[in-house]
Design a protein around this ligand. Sequence first.
Ligand SMILES: NC(=O)c1ccc[n+]([C@@H]2O[C@H](COP(=O)([O-])OP(=O)(O)OC[C@H]3O[C@@H](n4cnc5c(N)ncnc54)[C@H](OP(=O)(O)O)[C@@H]3O)[C@@H](O)[C@H]2O)c1
Length: 238
Amino acid sequence: MPDEAQKRKVAVITGATGGLGVELCREFSKGGFEVVGLYLRNDAAAEELQNELGAGVLLLKQDITADGDWKGLEELLEERSGSDFTIVANASAQFTPKPLHLLKPAEYEQLYSVNVIGAVRLLGKLLPVMIRNKGGRFVSVLSSAMEPPAKGFAAYAAAKSALRSLTRSISLEYGDRRIRSFSVSPGFMKTPLTDRWSDHLTASLVSDGAQEPSYVARRIRELADDPDTGLKGEDYPV
Ligand SMILES: NC(=O)c1ccc[n+]([C@@H]2O[C@H](COP(=O)([O-])OP(=O)(O)OC[C@H]3O[C@@H](n4cnc5c(N)ncnc54)[C@H](OP(=O)(O)O)[C@@H]3O)[C@@H](O)[C@H]2O)c1
């Protein structure tokens, strides 16, 4: 088996058509990874990204909350079975912050379903490959609005806290098999997620300016490339 440095590096990035996801695809592609980007419905953004990044990127329309076969990804896993895989669990459902007493159970469910169960489904497909290959990385995208939970973010913070716990569990259970796992917690970014929020709400959340998704993506790729990160399921504010 080729050693780590010789293996083909493949990054599987969820939410590839979103504000941060597009930058993650660009950054990982630039960093020498083959990129597999998963998205839900935005074909126009996927096509644009595919045209921009060319053959080193594969965009797959795949609802990560859906049960069953994920044909495109499974075919790729067969072809690339010996690769060094990195998962970037970046997808989140859209939501509008609101007081806890107005939140419906369905809003908790949707955020949990994409953030946590989506990551769990992806892990179900990739973790056995990582275990076999004796290495890999899991990176989850959390939020500075998670701990302490910002007002209006109860459902979102609950989902992200569960994802944080999952991230740490991976590290604890598989760290000795050279599978690294860590999370990053960005601050506010202007993206399709937050563009839908009112100016009043945005102003109340952003005291010291918005972060650039391209900066956050670069930090994530640098952390993924650093062999000293993810040994203990750390969280990195970015
Ligand atoms: N924006 C911020 O201020 C901020 C701050 C801190 C942390 N974050 C975190 O950063 C990450 C990216 O956020 P963003 O602002 O870039 O969000 P975004 O622009 O709304 O992008 C969300 C992405 O997730 C995809 N997606 C949603 N549900 C899916 C599903 N069921 N299956 C597959 N893909 C699905 C969307 O696909 P389509 O485009 O096809 O719908 C889109 O690509 C999220 O985890 C978010 O919580 C964001």
